[in-house]
Design a protein around this ligand. Sequence first.
Ligand SMILES: Cc1ncc(COP(=O)(O)O)c(C=O)c1O
Length: 368
Amino acid sequence: MSPRLPLSDIVQNLPTSVPFVGPETLERRHGRPLQVRIGANESVFGVSPVAAAAMSDTINKLWMYNDPEAYELKKALAAHHGIAAQRLHVGAGIDEILGDVVRIFANPGDRVVTSLGSYPTFNYHVHGYGAALVEVAYVDDHTHLAGLAQAAHDADARMVYLANPDNPMGTWHNGADVAGLLAELPEDCMLILDEAYADFAPSAAIAPMEIADPRLIRTRTFSKAHGMAGARIGYAMAHEQVVAALNKVCNQFGVNRLAQVGALASLGDTGFIANVVQQVEGGRREYALLAKDLGLGHIDSATNFLNFDLGSGERARTALAGLLARDVFIRMPGKPPGDRCIRVTVGTPSQRATFADAFRATLATLPT
Ligand SMILES: Cc1ncc(COP(=O)(O)O)c(C=O)c1O
């Protein structure tokens, strides 16, 4: 008999859900390793050698707790972005920060606006804190800025989430238009601007750093261009009072010593990051040419992934299954109309070649 646990009302009513099925889970299910892992928008180009050396040197210091203030990293980030260190909050990846942001702004039952089919971890936290999601459809595969603002007014929302550039579509808006969205939101509504892919985006896609509006929280990560997804480290740039509120609830020792040291070193290795960005651009161009060669459309992307347009959800799901059967791990947008696509992270040249072969073979078996 299963025990009756005194779970909170919110948790009792939560469906069991995971935002993502990890590639390791897929490998265990299939009983064999994946050949190519290009589904989670990780950076196959790895970590900066300077960061790797700094982390190796830190291993024998792991007996000490980490700096709960991430002081050195915040100082470097402040200089990097030209903002005060008091406006920075470091967390165990954007995913953790999103949870803390929802926690400090949303009461159970409050409404929160996002795009239908956008980054699911945000939704996971919204459900977890008992708030309610209002979802706005994409228009032409872009997040719908005017629609988000309207929904925020209609729902009297506490916050709006916007990934720019967007995941899963890879599309982006100009930074000036994002700043315009902020101006259109209700006075007491926060804008969570998730800039996980900022390193890959054209500078015009980045909202001005000078925005002083206390309703704006922007998040960045070391998981993408810096190649440190498994180290779990990211940060938020926000008003000092938001940072102070985050400090009231965050896991104080949650950002481990290796991650802090690695991120600090990686931030300084600008040549390495520029090279990763260049390789990603080349990979995106190659994917676009592959799409053309296969008679498929693609969606222009400002990220480290690209969507191939299969024309329908059914064809995209069959292609994803066909690739997985060939031990190639990719993902796809979960909601229509984006679910007519498969989303493929830029791999190394040899991973891209393996993917191209597997994709060609898979397409040959798809009904037209
Ligand atoms: C839009 C977006 N935000 C956040 C994340 C996760 O970032 P982190 O690894 O820092 O938690 C991802 C990862 O794919 C993402 O696509």
